[in-house]
Write a protein that binds this ligand. Structure first.
Ligand SMILES: Cc1cc2nc3c(=O)[nH]c(=O)nc-3n(C[C@H](O)[C@H](O)[C@H](O)COP(=O)(O)OP(=O)(O)OC[C@H]3O[C@@H](n4cnc5c(N)ncnc54)[C@H](O)[C@@H]3O)c2cc1C
Length: 446
């Protein structure tokens, strides 16, 4: 099977990209998702807060997901659910052999799709990875103790409650105190659980003061700061969580039946890694330049895979941004047939791509910053998605100043409030002044 573009992941980023590709005149756009319904995480976020930047209205998660499903099918996108992109067969490109190039092979990327119907090979002119991110589960956080039932992430919690209608009785301890942790609290209360506390090893919670206040006053749920999970007890089911006070090292046992690990996001980067794409050491997702192009020609990445985790509208806008560059990439490689004009969308897209592929200038961060996305400046198109870079800090700083420099030259300086786990947005106009032949761009904090 041949397609122009194969999109892995039917969340906001993948669907927004696919719709935009169709608007730009790309004929065959195939989106696959391993879940049985398209829409990604918003399908099971039964609260409002979706769609502000991309659709300019406020919606619940399920309504937002439904909007994108409808818009994708109206745009003529081919959508296949229950279908996982499982890898890149050795006969195709990209291969694990670094010498394989699109010129040496057919110029298409060959992918393997796996579904209940079997295995299928697809040849795509370009691929967009939009596989999102997930919360680091208990096993990856190396929390010692037994392995009883009742331990989950927010994603699992939401699926159980909002997709499968489960009730959850008992006392719950939530690990984390960022936005998603307060969302987990509401889901647990909705499901019938009693929330004992949110615990964080940070000195302060990392969400809005209003969320913290509402938790304390309305639901009487405290946030225990400076507190780490030292273990989980229980045979078949959780009976207690062991909490260590980081200030004096004391450990106490808090009885509970449910433990929910929240935040601490990790991108679903397996497909990028298998393809041999360079990973960014900060985001742990594929390294991408401002065109959302990975180090593998013809392979792009968008959404929470490249910035874990932003809101859905930011993910959708990054999908749209990637679509424009994918259309340009395809148009530059496949000129219109003699006597035929390229579609207007393609013509516009081609303009930016005429220079072909050149090496991006890397963008690096210094502590306490943990990562920036995108993490390279495309010499063809230095504009980041939505005109902004997103960053994360590993430490609190109330009145910080970000400085961006290349080879000692100051490109911009901007005030910022640093909170671990919270998004920092940096206006991206400085990227136009990056010297494509210069050294890496350095982003630091004063
Ligand atoms: C508890 C919670 C509350 C939130 N609240 C809000 C909110 O109020 N407002 C807001 O704007 N955002 C909110 N968000 C964030 C929002 O849901 C995400 O930012 C958004 O869904 C990211 O979109 P995405 O397309 O990058 O990834 P996802 O939505 O995660 O979609 C990725 C898709 O890729 C699929 N996939 C992965 N690997 C493969 C593969 N190999 N083959 C095929 N398919 C694959 C997955 O099944 C999934 O459907 C919330 C998130 C959570 C967890």
């Amino acid at each position: 099977m041949n397609v122009d573009v194969l999109v892995a992941g039917a969340g906001p980023a993948g669907l927004a990209a696919a719709i935009e590709l169709r608007k730009l005149g790309v004929a065959d756009v195939l989106v696959v998702d391993r879940e049985h319904q398209a829409g990604g995480i918003p399908r099971h976020c039964a609260h409002t807060g979706f769609g502000i930047r991309d659709l300019h209205r406020l919606m619940t998660g399920p309504a937002y997901a439904q909007h994108y499903r409808g818009a994708a099918s109206a745009a003529g996108v081919t959508l296949r659910t229950g279908t996982t992109l499982t890898g890149w067969p050795a006969t195709g490109w990209p291969a694990t052999d670094a010498s394989a190039t699109p010129e040496r092979q057919s110029g298409t990327i060959t992918a393997t799709l796996t579904s209940p119907a079997g295995v299928q090979i697809v040849h795509a002119g370009a691929v967009l990875l939009a596989t999102g991110c997930r919360e680091r589960p208990r096993s990856a956080r190396l929390v010692p103790g037994s392995r009883p039932a009742g331990v989950m992430t927010t994603g699992e919690l939401q699926q159980r409650v909002y997709l499968h209608g489960q009730r959850l009785a008992g006392r719950a301890v939530i690990v984390g105190a960022e936005h998603v942790s307060f969302s987990a609290m509401l889901t647990l209360l909705h499901a019938g659980a009693e929330v004992t506390a949110l615990v964080t090893d940070q000195p302060r919670h990392q969400s809005f003061a209003a969320f913290r206040l509402a938790a304390r006053l309305r639901w009487r749920v405290p946030v225990w700061t400076g507190t780490a999970v030292a273990g989980i007890a229980g045979r078949d089911e959780v009976s207690a969580v062991l909490l260590r006070d980081d200030r004096d090292g004391s450990v106490r046992s808090v009885p509970c039946e449910l433990v929910v690990f929240t935040g601490d996001w990790i991108p679903d980067h397996e497909l990028a890694r298998l393809a041999g794409a360079a990973l960014d050491p900060g985001t742990l997702g594929p390294a991408v330049d401002t065109a959302l192009s990975t180090s593998v020609p013809g392979m792009f990445a968008a959404g929470n895979l490249v910035h874990a985790a932003e809101t859905a509208d930011v993910a959708a806008l990054s999908g749209r941004h990637a679509a424009a560059h994918i259309a340009a990439y395809l148009a530059a490689r496949q000129p219109a047939a003699p006597g035929r004009q390229a579609a207007p969308g393609r013509q516009a897209a081609m303009a930016g791509q005429a220079g072909g592929r050149r090496v991006p200038v890397p963008v690096m961060v210094a502590g306490p910053l943990r990562w920036i996305s995108p993490n390279g400046i495309s010499p063809v198109s230095p504009e980041p998605p939505g005109g902004r870079f997103v960053l994360r800090s590993g430490a609190f700083a109330g009145r910080a100043r970000l400085q961006v420099r290349q080879d000692g030259r100051l490109l911009t300086s901007a005030p910022a409030r640093l909170v671990p786990g919270r998004s920092i947005r940096l206006d991206g106009r400085w990227a136009r002044h990056v010297d494509p032949a210069g050294g890496p761009v350095q982003v630091g904090v004063l």
